[in-house]
Design a protein around this ligand. Structure first.
Ligand code: CP
Ligand code: NVA
Length: 297
């Protein structure tokens, strides 16, 4: 089965069956299935924000697939000097076979998709990070059976929002614990409910992690929120993944990285055997390569 979608802007662009197809292919590619499947194809990569994992995994991913990737920071191209996004999308898509973009406003990736003649992949916006969710679901599936239970503890941010919807699609039992006023958008919870598997929602991290197999967190201050740092650090007191909160739990710990050690998670937890964060990071490569083959192949 190949994908019915034109672009991958959030995880629920995929149906549950399509999500499974991508994860199956990712698993096969990780196990060594032939991966030179996009010879001479080029992925244009547009970054408004910094990145380690997304940039490296897409760039090496395209090399492994037999193609090539072009990095474009805003200052490198005319976009940073006044050329409208829609013109950038129209021109770039006359050259490349796919566009991956990491942007601030989610509407901007919708604009690129509207004007692009080739598939567009969301490499993170303020609202969503679906490529991370693909890697996260692959990581969970590698270690647990379908009865797995997961808690998201922390900010209702881009990574969390795509993860909520991804868990709904994958049939994973999820509890979300955020401080009051820092929860997931209503629209995200509605979409999870429409899929038929909404998360349980609480403001109590201790309650959320009770008996779960996996606890997932992300930074409290996302890229672009630096001026809200003081306010957010105060609001998230008690939500840190540390040895006290996790005492009595044998849950594995996930984090999309980069981690802000001493804020949402301690150094000891990141360095402990609980942490499966490096598997998550590696799985970006396999999950995205599977997506690229399904979308561009
Ligand atoms: N998790 C993630 O997207 O990492 P980068 O910001 O390093 O790309
Ligand atoms: N929520 C974080 C994720 C980084 C990969 C951010 O947007 O900065």
């Amino acid at each position: 089965m190949s994908l019915s979608i034109e672009h991958f802007l959030d995880i629920d662009d995929l149906s549950a069956a399509e999500l499974e197809t991508v994860l199956d292919r990712a698993e096969a590619m990780k196990s060594g299935a032939d991966d030179a499947q996009l010879p001479q194809q080029t992925l244009g990569m547009l970054f408004e924000k910094p990145s380690t994992r997304t940039r490296i995994s897409f760039e090496t991913g395209m090399t492994k697939l037999g193609g090539h990737a072009i990095f474009m920071g805003p200052e490198d191209i005319q976009l940073g000097h006044g050329e409208p996004l829609k013109d950038t999308a129209r021109a770039a898509s006359r050259y490349v076979d796919g566009i991956m973009a990491r942007l601030f406003a989610h509407e901007d990736i919708e604009t690129i998709a509207e004007y692009s003649e080739v598939p567009v992949i969301n490499g993170l916006t303020d609202d969503a990070h679906p490529c991370q969710t693909l890697a996260d679901l692959l990581t969970i599936r590698e270690r647990f059976d379908e009865d797995v239970s997961v808690a998201w503890v922390g900010d209702g941010n881009n990574v969390g929002q795509s993860f909520v919807i991804g868990c709904a699609l994958a049939g994973i039992e999820l509890t979300v614990a955020t401080p009051p006023d820092y929860g997931m958008d209503d629209d995200v919870l509605d979409r999870a409910a429409e899929i038929g598997n909404p998360p349980a929602v609480t403001t109590d991290p201790t309650e959320a992690i009770e008996g779960v197999d996996v606890v997932y967190t992300d930074v409290w201050v996302s890229m672009g929120q630096e001026d809200r740092r003081e306010e957010k650090l105060a609001a998230f007191e008690g939500f840190q993944l540390n040895e006290t909160l996790l005492a009595g739990s044998d849950a594995k710990v996930m984090h999309c990285l980069p981690a802000h050690r001493g804020e949402e998670i301690t150094d000891a937890v990141v360095e402990s055997d609980r942490a499966i964060v490096w598997d998550q990071a590696e799985n970006r490569l396999h999950a995205q390569n599977a997506l690229l083959v399904e979308l561009l192949g």
